[in-house]
Design a protein around this ligand. Structure first.
Ligand SMILES: [Fe+2]
Ligand SMILES: [Fe+2]
Length: 168
């Protein structure tokens, strides 16, 4: 993405993100695998940075977009560790947004607001049928899907991801 510095900068993003990034519980997400070799920590940073720049560009609430990006996948348990016989991906896909909100309220209550909470809860729209209430929530669903699909540009990642799923 080409960045116009007048529309945001990394230092500002970092200042908003720092209380979350530096929290010991959030640091654990470095060990949660998202897809392929990408951790939940790196995935969320990627989503948050893109959300921040786009929110600035389109005059949205960029602070809320930054925080929602960081916390949208802040669920408690790595989906790979959930040992049940049902289709794991499907279950996780349907439940992790609510879990991420509950977990965010547990650790970062003072940083939340209705825009952030609704964006986290609804970020799996349209898979989860209820739409986001705010434009920042729509931004998050789009950026999250874009970032998640980006990994599939590399054939190696596709093999690793689906190879791993088969081996469970
Ligand atoms: Fe998610
Ligand atoms: Fe995500």
């Amino acid at each position: 993405m080409k960045i116009n510095s007048a529309l945001g900068n990394l230092a500002e993003w970092y200042e908003i993100a720092l209380p979350i990034l530096s929290h010991p519980e959030y640091q654990k997400r470095k060990l949660f695998r998202h897809h392929g070799d990408i951790s939940v920590f790196d995935h969320c940073i990627n989503v948050s940075k893109k959300s921040y720049y786009l929110a600035k560009r389109f005059n949205m609430d960029y602070k809320s977009a930054t925080i929602a990006g960081l916390l949208h996948d802040f669920y408690e348990t790595p989906w790979q560790d959930i040992k049940i016989d049902q289709p794991i991906l499907k279950m996780h896909a349907f439940t992790h947004a609510e879990n991420a909100l509950i977990n965010s309220q547990k650790y970062f209550k003072e940083l939340l607001n209705p825009v952030i909470e609704d964006s986290i809860l609804r970020h799996m729209y349209p898979l989860n049928k209820i739409k986001p209430k705010y434009k920042e929530g729509y931004l998050l669903t789009l950026v999250d899907k874009y970032v998640s699909l980006e990994i599939f540009k590399e054939p190696e990642v596709i093999i690793k991801t689906f190879g791993f799923m088969r081996s469970r």
